[in-house]
Design a protein around this ligand. Sequence first.
Ligand SMILES: [Zn+2]
Ligand SMILES: [Zn+2]
Ligand SMILES: [Zn+2]
Ligand SMILES: [Zn+2]
Ligand SMILES: [Zn+2]
Ligand SMILES: [Zn+2]
Ligand SMILES: [Zn+2]
Length: 1826
Amino acid sequence: MAAKIAGNLEGCNVSIIVQQLQGAYERGQLKNALYQYWAQQVPKIFFTSAEVAISTQRTPDAVQSEEKLSRDVLFEPLEWFLCGGNPAAVFQQLQSLNNPPQLCGKVFKVGEPTYSCRDCCADPTCVFCIECFNKSTHKTHRYRMSTSGGGGYCDCGDVEAWKQDPWCDIHKQGLGQQSQNPIEKLPPDIAARAWEVLKIALQYAVDMLLWEQMGGLPQDLEPSVPQNTYVTMLFNDEIHTYEQVINALTKAINCESKEAVEFATVVDREGRSSVRYGNRKSCDEARTVIQKSTSSVRSKPLKVEVMHTSVCAHQAFAQKVLNWLGQVVNHSDGLRHILCTTALQQPPTGDPCVVERLMLADTALWKTARVQCHQIMMGSLLMDQESKKQFSVLYTRNYPQVQKDFMADDHDHGVSIISLSVQIFTVPTLARYLIMEHDLLAIVIRTFLDQCASCRHGRYLLDREKLQKNFRRLQFPLLDLKYVLSMVPDQWNDQLKRKFLNGFKIMVELLTSMQGMDSVTRQVGQHIEMEPEWESAFNLQIKLAPAVAMMAGWCATDKMVLIDAFRIVVKALLEIRGTADTVKMCKRRVCDQEAIVVDYTVSREPVSIHLPICRLLAGLYLQLGKHGLTFNSPELYGPLDWTSPQARLSRASEIAHRASACPTPLVLARSQPPSAMDLLEQPLRTLVMIAQVHAEMWKRNGYSLFHQVYYYHNVRCRAEMQDKDIIMLQVACAQMDPNQFLIALLNKFELMNWIEGDFDDFIRLFFYGRRRDVTEKGGSATDVSAESTRDLLRFTNSLVEEFLTFLIIITGERYVPGIGQVSSEDMVRREVIHQLCISPMAHSELSKALPENNNYETGLEGVVHSVASFKKPGVTGMGRYELKPEFYKDYNPFFYHYTRADQSKSEEAQLKRKKQEGESTACPPPELPALSKEFSSLVNVLECDVFVHTIRMVLRRVNSSRSRSWTEAMVHRALHLVGMALNEEKRLYQTSPYIRFNFVKKATEGGSNSLYSALHDLLGKPRIQNHADLLTWVIDRFDEVKDLKDQKQGASDAQKAKKVSSKSKTDAERKKKAEAARKRREKILAQMSDMQKSFIRDNLELFEATGTELSSSPSMEVEGSPMVVPSQYPVAVGPDRSPATHVTLTTSTCILCQEDQEVAAGNKCVVLAAYVQRSTALSKSRGKVLEDPDKYDPLLVSPDLYHGVHTSTCGHVMHADCWQRFYEAIVAREQRRALRFRHILSYEVDRGEFLCPLCETLSNTVIPILPPSSTIQPDSVSADISLSFSDWLDGLKKTVEASQRAMMKEEEDKMESSDDMPVLSPCPLPSITKNMAEMAAQGFQQLFEYMTETGAQAPYSDSVKEMMKLFSRATYTFGLGLDPNDDDDRVPITAWGTCAYTIRTLEWLLRDQGKPLFGSLSSRQADCITALVRVVTVSGSLSDPQTISKSALRLLSALLPQEPMKNIPCILDLDMFFTLVFLHVTISSLYCDENTAAGGTIRGVALNDKHLMHLVTAAHLVQILLAANFTSADTPMDTEETAEGSAWVKLFMAVRKEAGVQTPVVPSGWQLQTYVRESVLPFLRCSALFFHCHTGVQSPAQLQESGVSEFEPLCQYLALPADLSSLLLQNSGADVGHVVPHTIHSKWCHYPGIKESLASGPASLVKYPVEVNRLVPLPHDYSDVINRGSVFTCPRSDGDDSRAPTMCLVCGQMLCSQSYCCQTDLEGEPVGACTAHIYTCGAGVGIFLRVRECQILLLTGKTKGCFYPSPYLDDYGEHDQGLRRGNPLYLCQERYRKLQKLWLSHSIPEEVVHFMEANASFATIEWQHL
Ligand SMILES: [Zn+2]
Ligand SMILES: [Zn+2]
Ligand SMILES: [Zn+2]
Ligand SMILES: [Zn+2]
Ligand SMILES: [Zn+2]
Ligand SMILES: [Zn+2]
Ligand SMILES: [Zn+2]
C-alpha cells in the first residue's frame, strides 16, 4: 500500500515544487499555491484506507510510511523554500544567531523529576529540571523533590521565580548579552519568507483544527477528485469508564474485546480514535449503536462523529503542522518572534487573533490537539518576554469565558488551557501589571463568585448545589488567586491600591455570602432526621483561606490600604449585624457588677461556624499596630487627617479616581467604630456552641455538626477559624471592662444560675421535684421541662469546665505576633514543644501537626533543633525527635491546639515522666511572654472582681461536702488560672516599677472568706488528691508573690522563714520518696534487661516467626543444647562416623488438640505445616523458564538451578489426623459458601492452601516429622564391611556398563518402537560380583544385599507413609505445576529435589549474611531441613524399589559415564549437591528387582555415603577445573610451591587438555588452590548441613563461629582429605585408597557436550564459586530512580510515557504496570505487566519498586499482593510513600538488605498473606492488573 502511494507521487521533485512556490511567492500568491498543493497531496497521504485510517489497524509500517511521506512531500519543500537552501544548514546557521538562552524552559513530561528549593523559591510552583538543578547551588539547600504531572516547564533563569541564584551554571552563560530585536538578526530574505510561511501554516493549522463541518472541506482545500469515504470517530470523555467504552465498541463494530481495548486505549490517550472506515451509511450505523449503548438516564452518550476522510486527513496534517512550527521556531529566536507576532496579530476584519481563537475553542478540541496547542503556546509565546505579556493580557481578558467553558467541559484540568494560569500568574511583575492595567484581581474573584453564587438584592447567595457537585472544577480561580497574590508588593502606587481594593471589595462580598452559612439550631428531644451536608462550605473555606490570609498580608504593607480595607470590612460587619432594633439587649448582674449584654441563647437559636468576615477583621486588626494604629484610631473612622502633605495629595487623587472608576463608592464618610460587643458577639456564639458540643449538649444534631467542630479545630482550618475567633475575643476583651467582659461570657455560656451562691440548693430543690420557675432568673441553661436535673447538672458542670478553659485560653494564648511580644519562630517553637510533650515524634508527624503557609512551609526545621534532639531509626520504624528536658517547663495542658485526646495523652506522658524523675507531679502554668501594648489590658481579667468571685466559688464548692456542682477538672482549671494570675503578677513585679495588677491583694481580702484561705482549706483534702501537687505549687507561688509584693512595699518578712521551712520539709520528703522509687526502678530495669538479653539470645529469629507460642516448636535442632560433647573431632560421614548426639526426639505438643505426642516411627504421625513453592531465586540463567513441566527431568539437575522447588515451614506441629480434620473443615466451609458470598481470601483453598491455625502463615501441605534414622537403624552393623573405594567404583562402573549393554541390546531388538526413551534397567547383583575379585565381591555383596532381606517389617506406621506420600505429591503438583499423578516416577524425586534446593537456599542465606554455618539458622529453618532430610532419606526405602533403582542407575551413568547416551548430560551440566543427595537416597536400592519388597533397609549406608562423598566431590572438582577462567596469573608470594598447588596445576592442565579446551593463562599453584577451595566450599557446606541433619552428629565447634576458615573443618567433618587434589591424583605418600582413576577423568572430559559447553565461552557456564544472587543494585539517590522511570516509555504504545513505571528488583527490568496497554494473557486471563513478568522472572513471585509511588510491590500468584515501604529514606529516617513530602530520599542499605533477605528466604508469599490478613483494603485490589 505504501509503495502504491509513493508511486503516485513520483515526479514530486522537491526542487520543482520549491520553484513553483517561489514563483507564487513573488506573485503574492503563496497562500493559494500552498493550499492547492495541500488540497492535492494531504488526502493522498493520510486516512487513505482502512489500514491507515483505523487506529488499531495501523501497523508500524503504515505509521512510518505516513510519517515519511508527509516529511518528504509536505514539509521538505516548505523548509527548502523557507530557508532558501538546505534547511539543515540554514537552521544551524540561524541557531548560531540566537542569544545563548537565559531561560531553560524545558517542558516536563509526565513523571519527570522536578526540584524546588525551599529556601529560595518564590512559590512552590517554581521548579528546576534535573539538569539545571544538578548544576545549581540549590543542591546544597533544603530542596523538595517531586514528579511532574506533565505540562509546566523549568524555571531556571527566571529571576522572579527565585530569591537568589536563579541561574544554573548552564544558563548563567546567557547573562549579560545585549538584547537586540531577534528579527533584525535574521537574513532579510528569510525573514520576509518566514512572515508569509509561518502565517499561512499557522492559519491553516488553526482553521483545520477548528473546522466544524465534518462532511466537507473549505473551498480552497477541496480536492479535484472527490472521494466518498468516511470514518466513525469516537471521542474521549471523563464520564464513561473503560469498560463501558469497550462494551459499546464490541457491539457497534463487532470486534473482539481485545481490539476494543486497543481502541479504548487510543481514545483515552489521544482523545479520539477512528473506529470504522467505510461509506457514510455504515459509519452512521456504528455511530448510532455506540451512542445508544452509552447513553443512560444519568449521563450523556459518548461523543461520536461521522467524518469525511479528507477532513480527518487535513486535521491530521494540521496537527503535524503545529508540531513542525514548534520545531522550526525552536531553531531561532527570530523565527519564534515572527510566529508570536503573527499569532497575536488581530486580523483587519476585527476578528479575534489566532491565539484568542484557540483559547476560546479549547474545550471543542480533542485531547492531543489541545495538548499540541498548549505546547506550541508554551514553546513560543511564553518563551518570548514581550509576547508573554500580550498573551497574558488576552488570557486575562478571556478569563471568565475560559473558566466557563472549563466548567462545562469534562476533561481534566491538565489538558485544559486554564492549566496555563500557573505560567503567567506566578510571575510577580506580570501579575502586578495585570492587576493594575487589567483589573486581574477583580476579574478572578468575580469569575469565581459568578460561578458559584447568584446576586439578589445586591447580596450574593452561594449556590450550594454547584459547590457540592462541581467544586473540583470550580476551585481553579481560587488557586489562580493564590498565584496572583503570592508575592506581596514592595511598592504601592495609586493604581495598584485602587485595583487591589477593588478586588478586595469583591472578596468581601464573597465572604459576606459565606458569613453565617450552614447555621444550626440545637436539636432537643429528637435526633435530626437527615444529616445536613457540610463539606462544601468547608471545601470552600479551605481553598479560600490562603487567599484571604494573603490579602490581609497585602493590606499590612501599606497604611492607607490597610485603613481602607479595614473600613470595608467594618462596614460589611455592621451590615451583617443589622440595626440596633434587631439586636435584643438585656442587663445582667454578678457580684455587684452590672453589664448590658446581647440577649441571644446559643442553645436555642441558630448558630453558624462560618464567620469569615469577623475573621478577616481579626486578621487585619493584628496588622494595625505595625502602622501605629489602634482600634480606636480616628483615621479608621473619623475624617481625613493626614499629617504629611504627600499622603494628603495621594489621598485626594484616590478619591477622585474612585468617584470615576468604582461602580459603588467606598465608604469614606465618617463612621462609628463598632462596639466591642459587636466584635464579641458572633465569634462568642460559635465558641459557646462548640463548648456546648463538647459538653454533649448537641448530641442530637448528629455527625454533621460533629465533623464541622472537628475541622474548626483541625490543623488544616484552625488558623482561619478557631484561632481568628480567639483573637477576636481577645480584641474585644482588650477593649472592655474585664468585669463586663466576664459577665458577657458567663451569660453566653448560660451560667447565670450557676454563678449564684445557692446553685446547689437550686439543684437540690429541683432534684426532689420541687420545681421552680428557673427561667425567671434569665439565661437558664436548658429547657427544664424536657431535661432531667441530672442532665442539667452534668451539662452545667461541663460548661463550667469549658468556661474556665476558655479563660485560660483568652488570657494565656499570647504566641501570636501582635498579641504577645513574640516572633513567628516563637509561635512555631511552642507548637513543636507541645507536640513533643505528647510523645517523641517523627519529622512527618510533627509537620502534619503544624499549619503550612502558602509555600507549604511550616517553619519546623528552623526551630526544631533548638528544642529537640533527633534519634536515628533502626532497621524498622522512623527517626524521632525528643524534647530537650529544659523545655518541659513550657508545657501547658490547656494548650488550645490540643484535641481532648492530645490533652490527656500529654498529661499522662508528663505525669509519667515527672514520677520517674521524682519531681512534683504538678504541671503548673508556664511563664508567659509579655503582651503587646494593644492587648496589655487583657490580663486584667485575671484580677477583676468577677474572676476572683468565680474562682473562689469553685474552690468553696469543692470544699463543701454537700455540693454536687464541682468536678476535678474544674479544680484543675481553677488552680491553673490562679497560677496564671500569680505568674502574671510576679512577671509584672519583675518588669515594671509601678503596677496596677492586684490579684494577691484581692485574693487575700475577706479573711477566712478569701480565695487564699479557700486554697488553704483544700490542703490535704482527698477530693483533690490528683491535684494536690498543683495546689502546693499554687500556694508556694502565692507566698512567693506575696513576699515580692511585701518587699516592694517595704514590709517586713517575718513570716517568711516559717513558710520556707514548711516548704523545704515537703521537698525533702519528696526527694526521699523519689530516691527510693529510682532504686526500685533500676532494679526492675536490670532484671528486665537480663531477661531480654537471654530471650533474644535464645530466640533471635524464631521470635518474629513463631509468635508467642514458643513451647509448641518441636526444636529438633540440637545446637546449643547441653548435650554430651564428644571428645573426638566429629565426623559425620562413613563407617567411622561419630555417634549421634541427638537424644530421641522429645515430645511435641499438637497445636490443635494440645496433646503431647512422642515422635517415633510407629506412633501417631505428627506433621509440620509447610509451604511448597516454585522458585527461581537461585537461578543463574535469569529469565529461563520451565517451558514444559511434562518433559522436565528433576533427577539430573542443571547447575544453573533455573528452576527449583522450595519448602518452608512456620514450625508448628499438629497430629496428622488433627490437621486433616482441620483442613477438611476449611474446604467444606468454602464449598458451602455460595459463590457470590465468598469473600476474598488471602489463600486459595482450591490450590490446597490454608493458614497455619496458630500463626496464620500461608501453607499448602505438611511435612511429616520422622524420628532420626539412627534410632531406627543402628550404625554399628555396617562397621565390619570392608570394600575399598576402587573396588566399589569398579563394581558400580561394571553395573553401568552391563546395564547399558543390556539396554542397547533391547533397543536393537525392538527397533520399531523407537519412540520410547531407552530405559536403563539394573542388572542383578550376582552378575556384577561374579566378575570381581573374591574379596571385593564379598564386600560388594555385603554392602548391597541386605536390602532384600529385612524388608519384612517396615517400621513406619501407615499414617506416616500416607503423610510422606502427601508431601511428595505436593512437591510434584506445586513444584512442577502439574495435576497430581501418583503414578509418575517423578513424584518422589521432586521431594528429594526440594530438600536439596532448600538446603542450597539456606546455605546462600547464611553466606549472604556472613553467619556461621551451624547454630545460626532460625528454629523454623532448622526444623524445616531436618524434617525434609529425614523424609527424603527414608523415602528411598518406602517408594517402589524398582523406580528408585532405575533412578540410581541413571545418576550413576551420568557420574560414571561409559557409552554416551542422549538423555544423560555431561558432568558440566550436573549439579553435584543434588546428585549427592539423590545418590544417597537411591544407591541402596540399586540392585533390587521385581521380587524386592518395599520398605527394606540395607546395612551399608554409611560406607556408601563415604565413597559417594569422594566420588561426587571428585566430579565436582573436575567441573570446577573445567569451568575455570583465569585472565591473569599471579606470581606466587614465595617461590616455593606447595605440593597441593603443583598437583592442582598438573590436574588443571591435564583435564583441560583432555577436554580439548584452550588454556591461555596458566595460573600459579597457589592461585589455583585458592580458587578450587573457594569454589568447592558451597558444595561442602551444603553437604555438611545435609549429613548433619541426617546423622545427628555434632557439628565441629569451628563451624559455629563466623569469620574462621571453614575449609579444613568441613573436609574433616565430611571424611574428606584436606588436600582434595588427592581425590584425583595419586600423590606420593597420600592416601591411596580414594583416588578416582584417570580413566574416569578421561570419560568425563570426552563426554559429548563438554566441548560445546566450553566452546561457547565463560558467559554461558556457571561460574565457581557460585555467587549468591542479589536484588539489583539501586542508585543511592532516589531522583536517579525517578529519572530512570521518566525516560522509560511504554514498550507497546510507540514511545508513549508509561503511567506506572515499575522496576523488577530481581532482574532490573522496567515495566509498564497497571495499564491496559501492557496487559497480556496469562492462562486465558488478562494480566498486567508485573503479573506477567513474575511468571517468567520469578516463578510466580515478584518484588518490584513502583517508581512514581516510591513503594515496594510484592506479588505472589495472580491474586495476591501487598505494598511495602520502600528502602529509600529521607534525612529524618522516614520513607515517603507516594512522594507526598518530597524530601530528598536516599537508599538505606540495611533496609534493602532486609528486602533481599525476604526475597532470598522465599518469604514473599508468607509476607503478602500476613499483610493481606492485616489490611482488609489489600484484598480489594486487583493485583493481577498491576
Ligand atoms: Zn532546566
Ligand atoms: Zn538552567
Ligand atoms: Zn536555594
Ligand atoms: Zn492433635
Ligand atoms: Zn504456624
Ligand atoms: Zn524480573
Ligand atoms: Zn504500556
